[in-house]
Design a binder for this molecule. Sequence first.
Ligand SMILES: O=C1O[C@@H](CO)[C@H](O)[C@H]1O
Length: 282
Amino acid sequence: MSAGYEVAVPARAELGEGPTWDPATGRLIWLDILGMRVHTYDPATGRRTSRTTEQHVGAVKPRTGGGLVLNLRDGVGLLDPDGAFRWLHHEPVTGRRANDAAVAPDGSLWAGTMRYDEAPGGGTLSRLTGDGAVETVLPDVTISNGTGWSPDGRLLYYVDTPTRRVDVFGHDGGRVNGRRPLVEIEEGAGFPDGLTVDADGCVWVALWDGGAVRRYTPRGELDRVIRVPAARTTACAFGGADLTDLYITTARVGLTAPHPLAGSLLVIPGAGQGLPQPAFRG
Ligand SMILES: O=C1O[C@@H](CO)[C@H](O)[C@H]1O
C-alpha cells in the first residue's frame, strides 16, 4: 500500500474533475469542467490527449459500444467513435450547468447539475437511459457531486456538497429509498466532493478545500486519510490495468495562491482495489 502521491499529469486545470478509467482504451479520462476540456492519460505509455468541448463538461463516461456519453451544460450528449455527436437529452436551463455523473450497475447514467451561483436547491440528480428517457431522482440538490454504488449495487452513496455529508440510499433497479447520512465532514476539514467505491465496499471521498481523500468503511468509520498537496481535491477513481491505482483530480479555481500542483492529475499507486465501472448502455 503506497502512502505517497505521484504526479500523473502536471497541469493547471481550472476545475479538474471526473477521473474515469476506460478499460476499452486503457486510458484514464479526466476533465477540466470550466476549462471545457476532456483529457486522457495512458499510464502504460505516458501518452496524453486533450480535446475541447463547446460547453462546460461535468462528466464523461465510456459507452458500451464505444464512444462517450457527456454530461454537458445544456444536457447529455453522445459522442460516437467516429466523432459524430448528438444530444440524448437537451435541456438548457439558464444559470445551471452539469456537474458529476456516474453509470449505475444497470448501465443508466445518473447525471448531476448545479447552478453557477450554487443557489440552494437549484440542481438535480437525474437518471438517463440509452433510449433517452430521463427521470429526476433528486429534484432539489445544490451541488450534485459524488455518486457511487456498493459492490452488490444495493446501496447508492451520494454527495450534495454543501450538506457536508455523504448519504446512503437503498437502491434497486434505478429506484432509491431510505436516505440516511453515512458520514458528516467536520468543520475545517473541507467539503465532500467526488467519490468512488472500492471492491471492499469502502467509500473514498475527495475533500474540496480539505486537501485530502478519505476512505470510509460501509459503516461510516474513517479508515484512511490520504493527504493531497492541492487544497481543492475534487474527485478520485481507481484505474490501471488491475484497478489498483487511485487517480485524484484537483482544481485551481477561486484560489489566489494555488499550490503548484493544483490542477494536476495525481495518482496513488497501489492504493487499493477498485471495482470495474459499468459503461453507459446507449
Ligand atoms: O465538483 C464540484 O465541486 C464544486 C465546489 O464545491 C465545483 O464547483 C463543482 O464542479
